[in-house]
Design a binder for this molecule. Structure first.
Ligand SMILES: C[S@@+](CC[C@H](N)C(=O)[O-])C[C@H]1O[C@@H](n2cnc3c(N)ncnc32)[C@H](O)[C@@H]1O
Length: 244
């Protein structure tokens, strides 16, 4: 059995009980505020690239008309259930082509799955292509060279008690000289009095902040940066304006 990215495939049913949509509200409200503050056009229609199960969209849809895009059909099904009023489309952030522009583009935690500098550049160029001149693209660097905590382990519980899932998440970088690190998840799933243990391996990208700046500027953006802390974890937010 393939043990990679199971959270977005056979174990995608876990996502809705992973944490509440309320946990995504502060970062989504901050993004909505930045879109308004930095846009040179009125932001009405938003594209959420790597929308996953639609937890950010649950807040964003109060401010914008939202279209979400994700690689995983299983995650898109979660998003459709949570936000039936939004539009959801399957695609790869590196090369999708919707043939239209949006007023605002958001790439949140899914950007962590970009593992090469070339793909980071392609993704930002593609995001820029789907953005109207004067619009804003927001993306977030969670782990980057300089802030990565080697062998960090987090443990948390699902919001449901039946099934009750204990999530163990470990970040490890076997080769700090390359652009990837590993996130390993172990899920303790207790259901109907039985314990089942699953594991899941994710390969994520890690780049110096200067690489993010270089690729965003090369894609044509003017960039602004903010440091945010959500639930004890710090994030670098890039607010990127497409010049008119
Ligand atoms: C942590 S989840 C996003 C959760 C989302 N922010 C939410 O509100 O529910 C990361 C997502 O990135 C998606 N993803 C990974 N690589 C991708 C790619 N190349 N193109 C599009 N989506 C991708 C995964 O399928 C997954 O749904």
């Amino acid at each position: 059995m393939d043990r990679t990215n199971r959270l977005y495939n056979d174990l995608a049913w876990i996502w809705p009980i992973w944490g509440s949509v309320e946990e995504y509200r502060p970062e989504s409200e901050d993004a909505a505020r930045y879109f308004r503050e930095f846009s040179k056009i009125e932001p009405k229609i938003l594209l959420d690239i790597t929308c996953g199960g639609g937890k950010n969209d649950f807040t964003l849809k109060k401010h914008f008309e939202v279209t979400g895009l994700d690689l995983s059909e299983e995650m898109l099904d979660n998003a459709r259930k949570l936000n039936p009023e939004c539009t959801y489309i399957q695609g790869d952030m590196r090369d999708f082509d919707l043939g239209r522009e949006f007023d605002a583009v958001y790439i949140n935690d899914g950007i962590a799955y970009i593992t090469t500098e070339a793909d980071l550049g392609r993704t930002f160029l593609n995001a820029c292509k789907h953005l109207r001149p004067g619009g804003v693209m927001i993306t977030i660097a969670e782990n980057y060279k300089g802030n990565f905590k080697q062998n960090e382990t987090k443990v948390f519980n699902s919001i449901s008690e039946e099934p009750l899932i204990t999530y163990i998440e470990n970040n490890f970088d076997p080769d700090p000289l390359d652009t990837t690190y590993e996130t390993t998840f172990v899920y303790l799933i207790r259901e109907a009095g039985k314990l089942r243990i699953e594991h899941d391996l994710h390969t994520c990208g890690i780049f110096p902040i200067e690489t993010w700046r270089k690729k965003l500027k090369a894609a044509g953006f003017e960039i602004h940066e903010r440091d945010e802390v959500y639930e004890g974890q710090s994030y670098r937010t890039f607010i990127c304006v497409k010049p008119i």
